[in-house]
Design a protein around this ligand. Structure first.
Ligand code: SF4
Length: 965
């Protein structure tokens, strides 16, 4: 496809000229060249050594500058979860340049194209500039006061007539930690669990699968820890485009340890181009492949028997399932020849420790939770979990999707994964210093039957997942387990084109009473419907216009300083939340213990508040002061271990990766690798969590003869409570005040921290020491099994591997499985449709497609199609084609004819939007806020299908047909 300079074709819109990206003369030409190179080179990752002379210079960060001086401010890239460091250069309050941070512990001066152009995001000339509403089909500028009053009045009216659950608060992985926490608290104080964010549709199946295997639902090790890997198995991920700088860590293992890289993907990606072994998998067959690998492990006795007997529960039940996956059956279902499966797993067995990396290729399936659990089981069988160089390195997507998940922007939990039980609410009511009964009174007082038939009050019932909000609007009210349908949607930092069933979403948007978009950009929510009123666009500031912490994929918290004051009339999220809370009648409660600066809640006070409550996952030790000190001392952390060597942070791990136990004063260094027993807990070691009881069917679930270094209990043990401390004779190790606070509490609910402190003093993990479990008896498939996708082209496999029965109520909604799979769509829609990322763009793509320098790099929405399928349809490379999804949505895109995809498979990137079924919607954007690049959203054509535990959407295997336009 020919690249044209799109930013020159379209005149710049009115904006702040002095700040516009194109006006930065000093480095404009060289940076454009750099961006072009970084977008096009394999992998998209650019290491410091690949910069041309003169493009960059080494800078010294300074805290302040006098007028006229260049101030260098440390910040973190706002695009992906790698968390690269950036030095922003600011002159007289204007962000004039940016430089790589050579001493940053994760990135060492490397950026990809997105990170190298964040200044243009901050100063984005296509941003929303002031509050706007749709009146008779035209955008009308309004003041913030008008916006808050009008939106607030409507919400209160909906609350009165339909109850609090009829307003849906959709939050964001783009919030920093403090905003994410405040957002979840805001929804709680409004009185609903209809709150969620992007994690639902990227890694919810990971969180559920991994947490239910060994305790915590997060990446176990870190990008840097891959330096110690002796082999790398990467499934369903394309980090060369999605997490470019992570490749420098993978390459280090290849170069230093000669670690073979095995890539499993239906598409020959830019990452696969670096692989030693590439396995082309039929989309949706991860479980058969993993069980096929385990079949060889068990057949050859390659499993780590001692590790399994000490630390793994239930593997014999898995063996029975694995026995069914003989090499010929694996080949029949996955399409991968036996010798390739054998070679891959022999490589992993011969080269330990090995790490297993996965991304959304593994998670976005109706059996996503089965996939993630199967990956964990493979690593457990090899003894690869809890060791440097091993683990499950799950690459999260957005820059703060890990943090927003941890802080509970989710419909099924409060912050810190406390859940929604009465105990959980009482815990947080205590932290918030609010009366529990008052909180309870904020919710709908009705009870509704859940999926298990039990009547539960709305305060304790999970809300509607973001993947299903459209059904919350469109479904017959009688079928929804809440008082009324969703009537108002607030999309706060969320691109709707990242979700499936675009045509139904359009209908849902049109049926709502009100649609509110809070975002630095209008997003396609502003244009994809045919509404003429009831839509509000409220300009939020970017993360460069506020400060706060952000959690990288590896659980490290990094502090971002404010780079510039909020541009245009934008406001930081925390200020907008407070304005709304005041209008809606709970402003005082929202900020009861948080200082206000005008109407802006103090970020550091928000950190301190969640520090007081996040005991479950150890977000208690990362005080603002500790995070800021680490930020000022980036260069003192070792690039391999992330451990500070000397200096003010000596002995701490970078980012105080959670769990960072106890209070900040306790000085825990953070936990670099989860479940690593070779270190003391005080140094960051850990056991598997005793989360699922101590016994099942007469068999102990606790660890057997395995414990962390220095543990005074030389065996498994349950989680710590006041009673356990008494029994162990350790009660008197608590101070008198600690004893008073710990009475009747456990390690999660003791707000004073004494229980955690004393457990760690005796070398123990506060959460106990158990086996990891390979059988999750509370899930629909206790042992992961294969089920064909809802829309499958392999009708011959449906009888043997059917999907689930339809469910009457699953997170408040009926959910279809078998009734869809019953129909054969494959004759009319013969191609498997899958999706993924491009290096140039991020998420729904609004901010990156509005960045002039990124927009130049990738200007057309396209579909990759194999030459055989293209030739049979008379399609040539570059032709316009119609792609029709199995539910009838039609997209007009360019054909890219390539062998990257196999015959029978089509691939589309998911960052585009602004076209809808062949129509260009550019004229519908507010003036000056249309992204440079528009295109069809791939998810318009993606079909129904949701994970059986989390309601993750199924975007990695649908069906379509393609014809010449
Ligand atoms: Fe680094 Fe990710 Fe930003 Fe690229 S997008 S610079 S890899 S944090």
């Amino acid at each position: 496809m020919k690249l044209t300079k799109r930013s020159d074709q379209i005149p710049a819109q009115p904006g702040n000229d002095s700040n516009s990206g194109m006006a930065s003369g000093r480095s404009a030409i060289s940076r454009r060249a750099f961006l072009r190179n970084s977008g096009l080179m394999a992998g998209g990752a650019v290491l410091a050594s690949s910069y041309t002379p003169g493009m960059i210079k080494r800078v010294q960060a300074a805290e302040s500058a006098t007028a006229g001086e260049v101030q260098q401010i440390k910040t973190i890239c706002t695009h992906c979860s790698v968390g690269c460091g950036i030095i922003a250069e600011v002159e007289n309050g204007v962000w004039t340049g940016q430089e790589p941070a050579f001493d940053h512990p994760f990135s060492h001066g490397a950026h990809c194209a997105k990170g190298a152009s964040v200044r243009e995001h901050g100063h984005g000339e296509r941003r929303l500039k002031y509050p706007t509403k749709l009146v008779d089909g035209k955008w009308k500028r309004i003041s913030w006061d008008e916006a808050i009053n009008e939106v607030g009045d409507k919400m209160l009216q909906i609350r009165e007539s339909s109850g609090p659950d009829s307003v849906y608060w959709l939050g964001s992985a783009k919030h920093n930690n403090e905003q994410a926490y405040l957002f979840r608290k805001f929804a709680a104080l409004w009185g609903t669990n209809n709150v969620d964010h992007q994690a639902r549709i990227c890694h919810s199946t990971t969180v559920a699968g991994v947490a239910n295997t060994w305790g915590y639902g997060a990446m176990t090790n870190s990008y840097n820890d891959i330096h110690f890997s002796r082999s790398i198995l990467l499934i369903g991920g394309n980090p060369a485009e999605a997490h470019p700088v992570s490749l420098q860590h993978i390459f280090r293992a290849k170069e230093r340890n000669n670690a073979p890289l095995i890539v499993v993907d239906p598409r020959f990606t830019r990452t696969a181009a670096h692989a030693d072994q590439y396995l082309r998998l039929r989309p949706g067959t991860d479980v058969p492949l993993i069980w096929g690998m385990l079949w060889h492990i068990f057949q050859n006795g390659w499993e780590d028997k001692e590790y399994i007997s000490q630390r793994v529960y239930g593997l014999d039940e898995v063996r029975k399932e694995v026995a069914k996956w003989t090499p010929d059956e694996v080949e029949r279902v996955t399409g991968i020849p036996e010798h390739q499966v054998f070679a891959a797993i022999k490589t992993m067995a011969d080269n330990r420790p090995g790490t297993l990396i996965w991304c959304m290729g593994g998670t976005q399936h109706s059996i996503g939770n089965n996939n993630t659990r199967a990956y964990c089981i493979l690593q457990l069988a090899l003894g690869n979990v809890g060791v440097a160089g091993g683990g499950t390195n799950i690459f999260r997507g957005h820059d703060n999707v890990q943090g927003a998940t941890d802080l509970g922007v989710l419909m099924d939990t409060l912050p810190g994964y406390y859940g929604l039980s009465e105990g959980a609410w009482k815990h947080w009511a205590g932290v918030w210093d609010l009366d529990f009964e008052w909180l309870k009174g904020r919710f709908d007082d009705g009870t509704y039957a859940q999926g298990n038939g039990k009547e539960v009050s709305q305060m304790n019932a999970a809300g509607i997942p973001v993947s299903r909000w459209i059904d919350g609007v469109l479904e017959d009210k009688a079928n929804i387990a809440q008082k009324d349908n969703v009537k108002a949607m607030v999309l706060w930092g969320h691109a709707p084109n990242s979700q499936t069933r675009g045509k139904e979403m359009k209908s849902a948007m049109e049926k709502l009473d009100m649609l509110v978009i809070v975002d630095p950009y209008p997003t396609v929510s502003a244009v994809m419907h045919d509404r003429t009123d009831g839509v509000y666009l409220l300009p939020a500031s970017t993360q460069f216009e506020t400060s706060g912490s952000v959690t990288a994929s590896n659980r490290s918290l990094q502090w971002r300083d404010k780079v510039i004051e909020p541009m245009f009339e934008s406001l930081p999220d925390q200020t907008i939340m407070y304005k709304f809370a005041k209008k809606l009648g709970f402003g005082e409660q929202l900020v009861k213990n948080i200082q206000l600066n005008g109407e802006e809640p103090l970020i550091e006070d928000i950190t301190r508040e969640y520090n007081r409550g996040m005991w479950t996952i150890g977000y208690t030790g990362q005080s603002p002061e500790r995070m800021k000190k680490q930020q000022q001392n980036w260069g003192t952390f070792d690039y391999d271990t992330l451990l500070a060597e000397g200096g003010p942070c000596d002995g701490e791990h970078y980012g105080l990766p959670w769990p960072c136990w106890g209070t900040a004063e306790m000085g825990h260094p953070g936990t670099p690798n989860l479940y690593d027993t070779s270190k003391t807990v005080a140094e960051g070691g850990l056991t598997f969590r005793a989360r699922f009881g101590v016994e099942r069917n007469g068999e102990s679930l606790l660890a057997n003869g395995s414990y962390s270094k220095g543990s005074e209990i030389k065996d498994g043990y349950p989680e710590f409570t006041d009673e356990l401390l008494q029994k162990l004779g350790w009660w008197n190790d608590l101070t008198q005040e600690e004893q008073k606070q710990a009475e009747g509490k456990n390690w999660k609910t003791d707000l004073y921290g004494g229980i955690q402190r004393v457990a760690i003093k005796h070398g123990c993990s506060p959460f106990g020491n158990a086996k990891a479990r390979t059988v999750v008896w509370t899930f629909p498939d206790p042992v992961p099994i294969h089920r064909e996708p809802l829309y499958t082209s392999r009708r011959d496999l449906v009888e043997k591997y059917p999907t689930y029965e339809d469910r009457k109520s699953f997170f408040r909604l009926p959910t279809r499985y078998a009734s869809i799979q019953a129909k054969d769509y494959s004759k009319d829609y013969p191609l498997i449709l899958t999706s993924g990322r491009l290096v140039e763009y991020e998420g729904g793509g609004d901010e990156t497609r509005s960045n002039p320098w990124l927009a130049e790099l990738q200007q057309e929405m396209f579909v990759e199609i194999n030459p055989r399928d293209a030739n049979n349809a008379g399609i040539k490379d570059g032709d316009d084609v119609w792609l029709e999804g199995a539910e009838g949505a039609r997209l007009k895109v360019k054909a890219q004819v390539t062998r990257r995809v196999a015959s029978g498979v089509a691939f589309m990137p998911f960052h585009f939007g602004g076209h809808f079924e062949g129509k260009d919607l550019r004229s519908k954007y507010p003036e000056g806020a249309d992204p440079y690049v528009l295109g069809e959203a791939c998810n318009t054509a993606m079909t129904y299908g949701y994970d059986s535990v989390t309601q993750m959407q199924e975007t990695k295997c649908s069906l379509c047909k393609i014809s010449k336009a």
